[in-house]
Write a new protein. Structure first.
Length: 243
């Protein structure tokens, strides 16, 4: 189905030398996930999109797929270098976009050709429809962050977890079902992979199997590298873009 995405400028201007489109993980607001990292990129306009029912995103009105989200992002390449970077669900979207060749480079963060087990996603969708996204907070606090991050950055972690409780239940459930049906058949060589060393959702060894153009592991980091280690992620993006 057609999906309408809400876009938010996180850094830079339309006159910036480069354009970066960034995508969120399931359960997160793209602004909270990416803003600090985006502000560390020099002369780059950073535009983020939110999943339906997440952050500034309008609630979904029916089921959607990962490919539907990618189709909503397909735009003619502007007259400046343009890249895409997405986390988890956003990374899965990146693998779809790489097949379309819309972006010069694609950075797939904390995602793989398949994320998790389809049955698990269907069970989570059912749970959220019955009990709401707030029931996921305890598990997310363990899955999202590297050991010690919540103690070091309680305000940042707390804001991310609160945003999870504010996600529209049906939109979240449909996003789970989208991931249940996602399977990337091949990975284009324009893709760069970035993993968190302590990611238990998509471990580094799973991302290494993508055989991407480059593979980077962010130390002391879990499933959300742009919020846990924004400087390190910005460094990888800038470094690969400069080559």
């Amino acid at each position: 189905m057609a999906v309408e995405l809400t876009l938010t400028r996180l850094a830079g201007t339309e006159n910036s030398q480069r354009l970066l489109i960034v995508g969120p993980s399931l359960g997160s607001s793209v602004s909270q996930l990416w803003r600090t990292c985006a502000e560390q990129l020099d002369d780059v306009e950073v535009i983020g999109w939110d999943l339906p029912g997440h952050g500034n995103g309008k609630n979904a009105t029916g089921p959607f797929t990962v490919q539907d989200i990618a189709n909503a992002l397909e735009r003619p390449t502007p007259d400046r270098p343009t890249a895409y970077a997405g986390v988890s669900f956003g990374g899965a979207v990146g693998l779809e976009l790489a097949m379309k060749g819309v972006f010069d480079q694609v950075f797939c963060i904390a995602a793989a050709s398949r994320i998790g087990d389809p049955m698990m996603w269907h069970e989570r969708a059912e749970l959220v429809r019955k009990a709401g996204t707030s029931v996921l907070v305890e598990g997310a606090s363990r899955r999202w962050f590297a050991p010690g991050f919540i103690d070091r950055e309680p305000a940042v972690a707390g804001a991310m977890l609160r945003a999870l409780t504010e996600v529209d239940d049906d939109s979240y459930a449909w996003a789970c079902e989208a991931l249940a049906g996602f399977q990337a058949e091949e990975v284009e060589r324009s893709v760069h992979a970035i993993a968190g060393r302590h990611d238990v959702v998509v471990p580094p060894e799973a991302m290494e199997q993508l055989n991407a153009a480059s593979f980077h592991v962010i130390e002391d980091c879990g499933h959300l590298p742009p919020v846990e280690k924004p400087g390190a992620v910005a460094g990888v993006l800038a470094g690969e873009w400069a080559k």
